[in-house]
Design a protein around this ligand. Structure first.
Ligand code: FRU
Length: 487
């Protein structure tokens, strides 16, 4: 393999290969995700005029495998002279035409979204599509929920609640979640509020998401509420927290006191899941915006700005007697693997030892398995490029922590450079397993089956081309590492 020398302008050199980005302009939150007839629909906040935030519309892309996306025309317009811009929300397939907005042939797709007026008044609206999601028409009776006098009142996401035979909407009101119910998606009744006593409150709550998961090991189910928080994330700015509990169709009851993070990195935000996958079991697949409001408008890609995370399958896992949510890299990512090689096979590693690969593919997946029995290891691995820029990752087994330091990773203006710290949850004593996905301007780290995730953007001058492992303390009985070129 030869070294990667980019013939492209920097903005294109940072163009993600595995992640969705729009051809041009600004994008943020994923919106309206639904899956039907073999096609994943991805909508997102988009400014059609500029590569900074503003004038929000819903952009649109489709995929059959969640890896290769085709960008389509804007699906939902802003109404600046009417109720306002099209802010974030979800979509559901209205299988039985409960809304009455269908054409009598195909079930309508109903988008639920916030309209944000020129005077910054936020109300909830719906829009319907009878052409399979290409265009959404705002409902003539909008808004479906008026503003109760709150500045921050937005991001309605709907799920079908089978036991009560009702649609349930979660939205955010300041730093609380509100739940509403409906039988027809047009008329909504307030059910309850959640959050005063729970979770992190360092900023406003945004983009709620509510769904149930069944634990494969125990067969038990729980409801999961995810909330995007900005600012107040564990490593600064925007981040996603989640709650595990029970939901009876009206009230969400959380079953833990601690704050839990879906991803500890600075660049995983506003994630929601696809509607329509539930026909394939309890399947919840999430995608998030890979940026952070602290610097989102300033990242150096210029003509395009913003990308989506990799798709992740949500799983309920029981760890030390408590249910946690694991975010697993979607199984379709295995199909992106090309030209893999085993770098290390059950190699013992003594303290101070340093190993290094010759070449790292520019878009890579790195899989590591670590085993230890005596002294708990502190293992550092670094991704380094020709300019000496580097991303450093440290697993400290005794501290049960994982840290990602991007301060030397390349572009570091606007407060971008920082070290991130994550809690590491073990699935078994004396072992850890990690999968790292390195794209041209991001890294996503999944530890122990996605119980700990760290997602970070990075803008190196050239791709990281070497991987170094360095055991700083303790001892490892065996390290195995596989490296794949992804495309
Ligand atoms: C989250 C968010 C949402 C809002 C949208 C506006 O990133 O602030 O709360 O609906 O972005 O683009």
């Amino acid at each position: 393999m030869t070294s990667f020398i980019s013939p492209l302008a920097p903005a294109e050199a940072w163009r993600p290969q595995l992640h969705y980005s729009a051809r041009g302009n600004w994008i943020n939150d994923p919106n309206g995700l639904f899956y039907k007839d073999g096609v994943y629909h991805l909508y997102y906040q988009m400014n059609p005029d500029d590569s900074v935030w503003g004038n929000m519309h819903w952009g649109h892309a489709v995929s059959t495998d969640l890896l290769r996306w085709q960008e389509l025309p804007i699906a939902l317009d802003a109404e600046p002279e009417g109720l306002g811009y099209a802010f974030s929300g979800g979509a559901v397939i209205d299988w039985n035409n409960s809304s009455g907005l269908g054409d009598g042939v195909n079930p309508p797709i109903i988008a639920t979204y916030t309209q944000h007026s020129k005077d910054a008044v936020q109300v909830q609206s719906i829009a319907y599509s009878t052409d399979g999601g290409k265009r959404f028409v705002p409902y003539a009776g909008n808004p479906v929920i008026a503003n109760p006098g709150l500045k921050d009142f937005r991001d309605p996401k709907v799920v079908w609640h089978e036991p009560s035979q009702r649609w349930v909407m979660a939205l955010v009101a300041g730093d609380r979640a509100h739940f509403y119910t409906s039988t027809n998606l047009r008329e909504w009744t307030f059910a309850s509020e959640f959050g005063a006593e729970h979770g992190a409150h360092g900023g406003v709550w945004e983009c709620p998401e509510l769904f149930s998961l069944t634990c494969a090991e125990t067969g038990e189910s729980r409801w999961i509420l995810t909330i995007s928080l900005n600012p107040g994330g564990p490593n600064g700015g925007s981040a996603m927290q989640y709650f595990v509990g029970q939901f009876d169709g009206q009230v969400f009851q959380v079953e833990h006191q601690d704050t839990r993070w879906l991803d500890f990195g600075t660049d995983f935000y506003a994630g929601i899941t696809w509607d329509g996958l539930q026909t394939m079991g309890d399947e919840r697949v999430m995608i998030a915006w890979m940026s952070n409001w602290q610097y989102a408008n300033k990242t150096p890609t210029d003509s395009w700005r913003g990308a989506m995370s990799l798709p992740r399958r949500m799983a309920l896992r029981k760890v030390d007697g408590h249910y946690r949510v694991a975010s697993e890299p979607h199984a379709n990512l295995l199909a992106a693997r090309h030209a893999g090689f085993d770098w290390l096979q059950d190699r013992p590693l003594g303290v101070g030892e340093l190993l290094s690969t010759k070449e790292l593919p520019p878009v890579a997946e790195i899989v590591l398995q670590l085993r230890w029995s005596a002294a708990a290891p502190v293992l550092e691995w670094q991704l380094i490029n020709a300019q000496g820029e580097q991303l450093s990752l440290v697993l400290d087994a005794a501290e049960a922590s994982l840290s990602l330091d991007r301060r030397q990773s390349g572009w570091d203006q606007e407060g971008f450079g920082r070290a991130m710290h994550a809690e590491l949850y073990a699935t078994a004593p004396g072992m850890a397993e990690l999968r790292l996905f390195v794209d041209r301007s991001s890294i996503e780290v999944f530890a122990n089956g996605g119980l700990t995730c760290v997602t970070s953007c990075c803008f190196p001058q050239s791709p990281y081309s070497t991987l170094q492992l360095h055991l700083r303390a303790g001892a490892l009985d065996a390290v195995s590492a596989q490296i794949y070129h992804l495309e």
